[in-house]
Design a protein around this ligand. Structure first.
Ligand SMILES: [Zn+2]
Ligand SMILES: [Zn+2]
Length: 341
């Protein structure tokens, strides 16, 4: 079978390898139906930061159909369509015991600590699989994981009045804008240097596009306070700019992955009572995100950038790393579309 495997920083190859055999006890073999490329895949490709095995099949945003069960598996059955939990949690540490699996002491991610979804087949522990409604389009199902990440970030924000600003219209920022547009009472604003991308997100979600500028934001919100924001760029410059724009007493959910270091006066956070909320993956939001897939199918499909095959992944990494995308999500689609009769 084909698999896109990461060998080291900047070295991703599509290899022809043996398909996995009978799954181990507690593990399940899937035919991968679709998988999404994530910003963290690109970060790993660029820096090699999280490469713990080489080569490893990348891809943690995946949906598939169960084709074989290891011994002892009774939570899924052959033929079930499933979405994978990307967090490879242990289930034994204090954080896991307290239900905070995203903060597991030995947390890893699918596609890093075990092979992931950029292959025709994948083998995963049954505990990471959630059965989905068979009617859900596989491209939509592949977006359940990033939707859970966005949902976690949105839920980390306090329920404030006023406006909310999402900086960065990549996958997580765009999905956060989509969720906020359905749940947030005030004005939802989006900002992105890539105008095609912010235009697409605004069109799909109804959010207002603004520049990262106090006057522009005051004009867009009718001077309502800006008390909540989602930082989804990972840009130090955007982060600093955002701090200067937020009103005092605000909260900032941080989901972007940064390259570089911050240099801020901590007293600024103290005196202005600005809360920085780190948001790592998701806590228990994946089942809720899966529940929303049917209702959000149309906007989710409208946010897809391109559909590609496994052979196209290295080129897609290059293209996305260069920032050449006007959509949110590149989907590797392997399940054959169902032709109308
Ligand atoms: Zn991801
Ligand atoms: Zn744990």
């Amino acid at each position: 079978m084909k698999a896109a495997r990461l060998y080291g920083p900047g070295d991703l190859r599509v290899d022809d390898i043996a398909a996995p055999g009978i799954p181990d006890v507690g593990w399940v073999k899937l035919r991968v139906d679709a998988a999404g490329i994530c910003g963290s895949d690109l970060h790993n490709f660029r820096t090699g930061q999280w490469i713990s095995r080489s080569p490893s099949t990348a891809g943690h945003e995946l949906t598939g159909t169960v084709i074989a069960l290891g011994d002892g598996v009774d939570t899924v059955a052959v033929g079930d369509r499933v979405v994978a939990d990307s967090r490879f949690w242990c289930g034994e540490c204090a954080q896991c015991g307290a239900g905070r699996r995203h903060l597991c002491a030995s947390l890893g991610f699918v596609g890093e600590v075990c092979d992931g979804g950029f292959a025709e087949q994948a083998v995963l522990p049954a505990r990471l699989l959630h059965v989905i409604d068979a009617a859900i389009d596989e491209r939509v199902a592949a977006m359940a994981e990033p939707l859970a990440v966005a949902l976690h970030a949105v839920r980390r924000l306090p329920k404030t009045a006023g406006s909310v600003l999402v900086v960065g219209c990549g996958p997580i920022g765009g999905l956060a804008a989509l969720l906020l547009s359905r749940t947030f009472a005030g004005t939802v604003l989006v900002a992105d240097r890539n105008q095609a991308r912010s235009a697409r997100v605004a069109r799909v979600t109804g959010a207002k596009i603004v520049d990262l500028d106090r006057d522009a934001i005051a004009a867009a919100t009718g001077n309502t306070p800006l008390l909540a924001a989602v930082e989804a760029t990972g840009s130090i410059a955007a982060f600093n700019q955002l701090l200067s724009i937020l009103d005092d007493g605000s909260a900032l959910a941080m989901v972007g992955i940064f390259h570089g270091r911050l240099d801020i006066d901590p007293n600024l956070l103290v005196e202005r009572e600005i809360a920085l909320l780190g948001c790592h993956a998701f806590a228990d939001e994946l089942p809720d995100a899966i529940e929303m897939l049917g209702e959000l199918s149309e906007p989710l499909l409208a946010l897809i950038d391109r559909e590609i095959g496994l052979d196209d992944i290295p080129a897609a990494y290059e293209r996305l790393s260069a920032g050449e995308s006007d959509g949110l999500k590149t989907i590797i689609r392997m399940r054959q579309p169902v032709e109308p009769a």
